[in-house]
Write a new protein. Structure first.
Length: 183
């Protein structure tokens, strides 16, 4: 049932747009270090730029593993899976790079304040493949969680306009393995 695609065509792009979230996975070079998998969303923070390029808006978070790993070796996979409808998993393997937070526009992205935009991750997709998804449970979408926006608004209200930049400087400077991230 698995299929490898030559490109992200219109049909695949439409399927991707219907998913509610995606995951990214990266790992540091060598035998040591921690593999990282992060849930991302909402789906409006992911853009298909062309048949072999995607980008996503990287919001301020508790860690910066993806950024550190991409700066180390560039390897990344974006995975989407159907939680409703027919079962399917799609993986976009490629080489990622870290761009400035305003490098690419995400006109449909909402649910965050502008200060939460940390970076943009752009991926040159080298391999596009799907698989059955039979093991992915059926789940109902209830909505986005309000905590991220509330956290950012509280930080800004208490710490002023630079509060999220200060947080990134303190908490996102290095990865859990000591690789340079955003510091």
């Amino acid at each position: 049932m698995a299929k490898v695609f030559d490109a992200i065509d219109a049909r695949l792009a439409a399927w991707i747009a219907r998913q509610r979230m995606f995951f990214v996975a990266t790992a540091p070079s060598g035998d040591g270090g921690h593999v990282n998998v992060s849930p991302k969303g909402p789906i409006e923070t992911l853009r298909i730029l062309d048949e072999h390029t995607v980008a996503y808006l990287d919001l301020v978070g508790s860690g910066a593993e993806t950024v550190a790993h991409l700066q180390d070796n560039g390897r990344i996979v974006v995975m989407l899976c159907a939680f409703d409808g027919p079962p399917r998993i799609v993986r976009l393997h490629g080489r990622g790079e870290v761009l400035a937070a305003d490098a690419i526009d995400f006109p449909d992205a909402s649910g965050h304040v502008p200060e939460q935009r940390r970076t943009v991750i752009r991926v040159e997709v080298e391999r596009i493949a799907d698989s059955c998804g039979f093991g992915v449970p059926l789940m109902s979408y209830e909505g986005e969680r309000p905590q991220s926006l509330a956290w950012a608004e509280t930080k800004l209200a208490k710490g002023g306009p630079g509060a999220l930049e200060d947080y990134v400087a303190e908490k996102n400077a290095v990865s859990i393995d000591g690789l340079r991230a955003l510091g």
